[in-house]
Design a protein around this ligand. Structure first.
Ligand code: ZN
Length: 362
């Protein structure tokens, strides 16, 4: 049966195993030379304990003509990649070893093949474990999104402050320490963890299409594996980014109820608001904060801009804007901005046309 070059797996070839599994070594992993197979000598009991699919496979193999290798039956794992199978078997033998570095941008790519195998062999616990490893790097609530952005800023700062005292061989690059959105979008769409898509598309929205994964920007800026995205994902990205980046609050939205002037008919009196001290200040504040976006062309998340509106109330720059809010508007702006941010966050699935249960995003 084994008529191609084979090699025994260094770790997963147990002398007392009672079956040998043979899987092809991916040509990407071993580009030179003829196709090769990797052999795993394992214990049927353990595999059958985790998977009815393995149980059925071994029963079928026992019923048919039995080929053997090294004194035990050998089963060719049709269509399975040796590297993925090694990860699957390692999980079954050494579950505590299957950990992933937080924020590793390669995790979605590394685990996708194993998850497909876990699906094929009905090993739900492995599937859940691996999906969780990817999902846990991504925010699903606004609070988590804020913490995520703060952490990325902290990584940028650490790299900036430490690179000069390290030799080039030890330089760290931003893209190696931050989750990458395009690969996770592909991952979430394939494996149905849609709750991370709003954050992934929002993160992608902040990255220039010029900043592709292999570009030199990877050293210092956020980059994305743009080429992984299919037409549908690119369409959602473009539509959503257009709509989210165009978000601009109106001056009256920052005002307290008392300063939200109404006409006799009870509708917003825009003209009166525009001429009121709080209305004038609100407009100047929004113009000042939103102007950040236009100066250098960088894309700034409107969630971040809204947050800046609160910070302006406390920053020295605040005095560069003439006028001020009245006491009531000063008190209520936190609540107003907070609810506007919540509203914007809750609408991200709509903006990017995603099928997400909104209750998962709170
Ligand atoms: Zn006011």
């Amino acid at each position: 049966m084994v008529n191609v070059p084979t090699e025994r797996h260094l770790k997963l070839y147990f002398p007392n195993g009672d079956v040998v599994l043979s899987a092809s070594i991916d040509s990407d992993a071993a580009p030179a030379g003829p196709p090769r197979c990797q052999l795993f000598r394992v214990h049927k009991f353990l595999l059958m304990h985790h998977s009815t699919a393995f149980t059925n496979m071994f029963e079928d193999a026992t019923a048919g003509p039995n080929e053997s290798y090294d004194g035990v039956p050998i089963v060719k794992m049709e269509g399975d990649n040796a590297e993925d199978l090694a990860q699957l078997l390692n999980y079954l033998y050494n579950p505590t070893e299957m950990t992933f570095k937080r924020f590793d941008p390669n995790t979605p790519l590394v685990v996708s093949g194993v998850i497909r195998l876990a699906d094929k062999y009905c090993i739900e616990s492995l599937r859940e474990h691996l999906i969780k490893a990817v999902v846990s790097d991504w925010p699903t609530t606004l609070d988590e999104w804020d913490a995520f952005q703060a952490e990325i800023e902290a990584v940028k700062k650490r790299i900036r402050l430490t690179w000069h005292r390290k030799p080039p061989s030890e330089w760290e690059y931003l893209c190696d320490h931050v989750p990458e959105p395009a690969s996770v979008i592909v991952f979430a769409q394939e494996f149905g963890c849609h709750q991370i898509l709003p954050a992934a598309f929002s993160q992608l929205m902040l990255i220039s299409p010029n900043n592709y994964w292999e570009s030199e920007w990877r050293d210092v800026e956020l980059v994305a594996r743009w080429s992984l995205l299919d037409k549908d994902a690119l369409r959602r990205y473009m539509m959503g980014a257009d709509r989210v980046l165009a978000y601009h609050p109106l001056p009256h939205q920052l005002l307290s109820d008392e300063c939200t002037l109404l006409t006799e008919e009870g509708v917003l009196d825009i003209e009166a608001i525009e001429q009121s001290p709080c209305g004038i200040f609100s407009k100047l504040l929004l113009d000042k904060v939103w102007a950040r976006r236009r100066h250098d062309g960088t894309k700034i998340d409107p969630l971040n801009l809204l947050e800046k509106c609160i910070e302006y109330g406390q920053s020295p720059e605040r005095h560069s804007i003439p006028g001020s809010f009245c006491v009531r508007c000063d008190i209520t702006i936190f609540r107003r901005i907070s609810s506007m941010r919540e509203h914007l966050w809750a609408n991200l699935p709509d903006y990017f046309q995603l099928q997400v249960d909104v209750s998962e995003l709170r």
